[in-house]
Write a protein of this length. Structure first.
Length: 291
């Protein structure tokens, strides 16, 4: 059971940074090519009818603003596709189309909006909080990899809450919060907020390790995302994609191991220790300056 909890923590800690990196984005594009195939059924065409006729929202935002890509809107459109089909056929046609769209790069909407609503919201947030419109549009939609990473991080937070482990909760808060913000993953950001709240609450009750856990989580997340992004810059081929995801995972694991050992022991953050090391280094090389 302890090993299972450890794996939940590691999975939740690394899923968002790895899948939220540029290599993860390239993987999402690859999955879209194979799974999100062109419309072939009358239900596909009915659900995409608004976009096909008016191009509402464009390729990146039409799932969010055409009103026909949430469950209820998609089913309503599918139910009007044929006059003599069965309820089961309409349900399956809706599920098949939404399942394919979940594997698109943009994904499915968290909540459907009118075009005017999204324009007003994105404009206000951009003008007052400098939040890019593209980031907001991405945050309001979720694809299969974002869903997978968000579910893993949420499960890890649940396990951390049950254990009342401040360090693990703080690590998850920093890792999922950083990766979720950079990749615009709403599930991960919610999980991070819950983890941070619970970690702070446990610290108020006498537990320690909040600051150290935040540093470990942020460092692990940053290292994994930087690795995946660096490898993706080398090319978008299948080898670079798989290699980028795998290498960012390995770097994340070893970075977490290194930071945990150094930060929780106080060796990395102790200014007295660093001062002693600098002093020792200067003394060992003092003779070089007296020649």
């Amino acid at each position: 059971m302890k090993l299972l909890r450890f794996r939940w923590h590691k999975g939740g800690l690394l899923a968002d940074p790895v899948l939220g990196s540029a290599s993860g984005h390239t993987l999402a594009q690859r999955l879209a090519e194979y799974i999100n195939t062109p419309n072939t059924t009358v239900y596909d065409k009915a659900i995409d009818s608004v976009y096909l006729s008016l191009h509402t929202g464009g390729s990146k935002l039409h799932h969010l603003v055409d009103g026909q890509h949430d469950i209820f809107g998609a089913f309503e459109a599918a139910s009007k596709a044929l006059p003599d089909d069965s309820l089961w056929q309409e349900i399956m046609g809706t599920a098949q189309h939404l399942g394919k769209d979940l594997f698109s790069v943009s994904g499915l909407p968290v909540v459907s909006l009118e075009p005017g609503q999204f324009h007003a919201m994105s404009t206000w947030l951009n003008e007052h909080l400098h939040i890019p419109k593209d980031w907001l549009g991405d945050m309001l939609q979720i694809n299969s990899l974002e869903l997978f990473g968000g579910v893993l991080s949420t499960a890890a937070v649940v396990v951390g809450c049950k254990q009342k482990d401040v360090k693990k909760l703080a690590e998850l808060a920093a890792a999922s919060g950083l990766a979720g913000a950079l990749a615009a993953n709403p599930i991960s950001m919610c999980a991070a907020a819950i983890a941070l709240t619970m970690a702070w609450k446990q610290q108020q009750e006498g537990s320690a390790g909040l600051k150290q856990g935040l540093l470990v989580g942020a460092g692990t997340s940053g290292a994994a995302m930087a690795t995946g992004t660096a490898v993706a810059a080398l090319g978008g081929g299948a080898l670079c994609t798989v290699g980028g995801v795998a290498l960012s995972l390995v770097v994340g694991i070893y970075t977490h191991r290194f930071l945990s050992r150094k930060i929780y022991s106080g060796k990395l953050l102790s200014w007295r220790l660093w001062l002693a090391r600098i002093n020792g280094w200067c003394r060992s090389r003092a003779h070089l300056f007296h020649r």
